[in-house]
Ligand binder design. Structure first.
Ligand code: HGY
Ligand code: MN
Ligand code: MN
Length: 412
């Protein structure tokens, strides 16, 4: 099988997909179910149909582009990722796995390979936690990690429900039919940029992920009393933003002192009310992200946050209310799929190292219903979720080649 990857087609498609954005290039903003996201989805769907793939979309907008194998009864070999992007992001996060997955399939088609197991490219809905508070919405529903009932309770900050948004986007069918049957996938591989600096530092072109870290996120509402910035003397204040500032530093300290580098905590959103320079903040809402490769260590940080909330509430006479949004277990990748990726790297005489993924991915949830592994390519300085996110063309092509090789082995 003479397998080649069409570098120019792949790179130009990644650039074209980046043009579907609500931000000035090189930044990419593509929030799930916005008109821009829907245009991008339609474009990707068209590229899949041009490749002769059969495309279907489910009730939450997960998109499946299938290359039918010779044995329709054989479980499917899957690959894919996401195309939604957080505000002011880059153009490679998720996209490399979707367009690389499509290119891997086209390369196999053109090599004359014919799969026995169908090969399916999946574009997952809302991998990013931008609108409904939690990430991986599509893969959670596919894997049964999120029930349709719980999904229906999800709303945006302004109270608009997930159901209203998905229906307006044209995905109105029954959420009950999203969950995949047991044994649907023979294996699933996600190609992704590392979103960290290790591959670049170790000058290694490929990382094979053996474990995906455990993410948790929560919202914390702090309510004090506002008032006039001139008239209210310091002893009489219950300043919600000062309380939040103390809590934010305590959250940072809890992660830094966990005893392991794998523990990370981030307060990514701080909403201040009323937001006037001469008005004492009466209400602050924090969005907090805590992760670790070790579940126990992560949960120790979560408990420390809870304790600190109570202490600050008592000390500053403010109310502090935490709402847990998600607390997911880490995932171990399947040794057989990890080995298949390693063999493909060796076959192409490409160096690879085993890695942990500190970012979460849809594979974290697909791992609950299928044997999964991820293939990482380097990204410059490890930057991601920022406009200067960058993956080199030769790294993207290498990752796509190894993905194609492995899909062929697993679908034979
Ligand atoms: O946050 C993450 O780990 C992923 O990039 N959404
Ligand atoms: Mn991301
Ligand atoms: Mn991603």
């Amino acid at each position: 099988m003479s397998l080649t990857i069409d570098r120019d087609r792949l790179l130009s498609e990644i650039d074209e997909l980046a043009s579907f954005s609500d931000a000035e290039a090189p930044a990419v903003t593509r929030i799930v179910f916005t008109p821009t996201d829907l245009k991008a989805r339609a474009w990707v769907k068209g590229r899949c149909e041009n490749a002769g793939l059969t495309v279907r979309q489910d009730a939450i907008g997960n998109t499946f582009a299938r290359w039918n194998g010779s044995d329709p009864a054989a479980p499917v070999v899957g690959t894919g990722s996401h195309i939604d992007a957080i505000p002011n992001a880059g153009k490679f996060d998720g996209v490399v796995g979707v367009m690389g997955g499509l290119e891997a399939i086209r390369g196999l088609q053109q090599s004359g390979f014919r799969p026995r197991h169908s090969i399916e490219l999946v574009i997952f809905t809302s991998e990013e936690p931008t609108r409904f508070g939690i990430g991986c919405l599509g893969s959670r529903l596919l894997s049964g990690s999120l029930s349709p009932e719980a999904a229906r309770k999800l709303t945006e900050n302004d109270g608009v429900t997930l159901d209203e948004v998905r229906r307006a986007a044209g995905f109105g069918s029954d959420l009950e039919r999203v969950k995949l049957p047991g044994g649907y996938y023979e294996a699933f591989i996600e190609l992704h940029i590392e979103q960290g600096p290790l591959l670049e530092r170790q000058e290694t072109p490929l990382g094979i992920v053996t474990k995906i870290a455990a993410p948790a996120s929560l919202r914390i509402l702090i309510e004090g009393s506002g008032g006039h910035a001139g008239g209210v003397l310091m002893p009489d204040r219950r300043d919600a933003l000062c309380a939040a500032a103390e809590l934010i530093l305590a959250i940072e300290s809890a992660a830094r002192t966990s005893g392991a580098l794998d523990t990370v905590a981030t307060v990514g959103i701080c909403e201040v009310f009323p937001g006037a320079v001469n008005s004492i903040p009466s209400r602050v809402r924090l969005s907090v992200d805590v992760r670790d490769t070790d579940l126990q260590r992560r949960d120790i940080v979560m408990r420390a946050i809870e304790t600190t909330c109570d202490l600050i509430s008592a000390k500053r006479q403010v109310s502090v209310h935490g709402e847990l949004l998600n607390a997911d277990a880490p995932a171990d990748c399947a040794p057989a799929v990890v080995e298949a990726l390693s063999q493909s790297c060796r076959k192409h005489e490409l160096n690879s190292i085993p890695m942990v993924s500190r970012a979460y991915h849809d594979s974290l949830f697909i791992a609950r219903i299928a044997p999964v592994a991820m293939l990482f390519i380097p990204c410059r300085n490890g930057y991601s979720h920022r406009p200067d996110e960058y993956a080199a063309p030769e790294d993207i092509v290498r990752g796509t080649l190894v993905l194609a090789e492995t899909l062929a082995v697993l679908s034979s």
